[in-house]
Ligand binder design. Structure first.
Ligand SMILES: [Zn+2]
Length: 114
């Protein structure tokens, strides 16, 4: 340890030492429900990165992705103070999902991943 560190009180030494923080569980670009923005980058949720992650995760079950995003869109709309914001939030949250086709399966339940 250098002479500079040895001459400082312990609290100051800890403040300049590298700190290892535990990794957060869950996705980094998760929904911040108070604002309906991405908690990771601040863009409208789901942000571009989160959309990419969701499309990859639900590649084999797009019907479930539709139901989940419809659920969040309805939740956002009911929390909006006026109809214009409600419509904007519904569009932001649900309209980016690719349209379903007749051949895609529908498993009938919604996953909690957000
Ligand atoms: Zn983000």
């Amino acid at each position: 340890m250098s002479d500079v560190l040895q001459s400082r009180p312990a609290r100051q030494v800890m403040a300049i030492s590298p700190v290892r923080r535990p990794r957060r569980a869950g996705p980094r670009h998760a929904l911040h429900r108070a604002t309906w923005l991405c908690g990771g980058c601040g863009d409208p949720w789901p942000c571009t990165l989160r959309r990419t992650e969701l499309l990859a995760k639900y590649r084999d079950n797009p019907g479930e992705l539709h139901r989940m995003m419809d659920f969040y869109a309805q939740l956002a709309a009911t929390s909006a103070p006026d109809a214009n914001l409600a419509a904007a939030l519904q569009s932001q949250i649900a309209d980016w999902v690719p349209q379903r086709t007749a051949t895609q399966p529908d498993c009938g339940h919604v996953a909690r991943i957000l």
